[in-house]
Design a protein. Structure first.
Length: 58
């Protein structure tokens, strides 16, 4: 796995963790932001033909 792949995967892991927390505390604004961040990271990965682990939270 290359550096870009690792960076994207780490950012996705962090975003999913933050999304789970936002949902747990009822912070819909933060949840919306994290969902958009996840969507954008997945788009970047797809544009660079980077395979990702399956989503854990959407």
């Amino acid at each position: 796995m290359g550096e870009l792949s690792r960076a994207i995967q780490q950012r996705l892991d962090d975003a999913y963790e933050s999304l789970r927390h936002a949902r747990a505390v009822g912070d819909t604004y933060l949840a919306d932001i994290r969902q958009e961040e996840i969507k954008e990271l997945r788009r970047i990965a797809a544009n660079h033909d980077i395979g990702l682990e399956p989503s854990r939270c959407d």
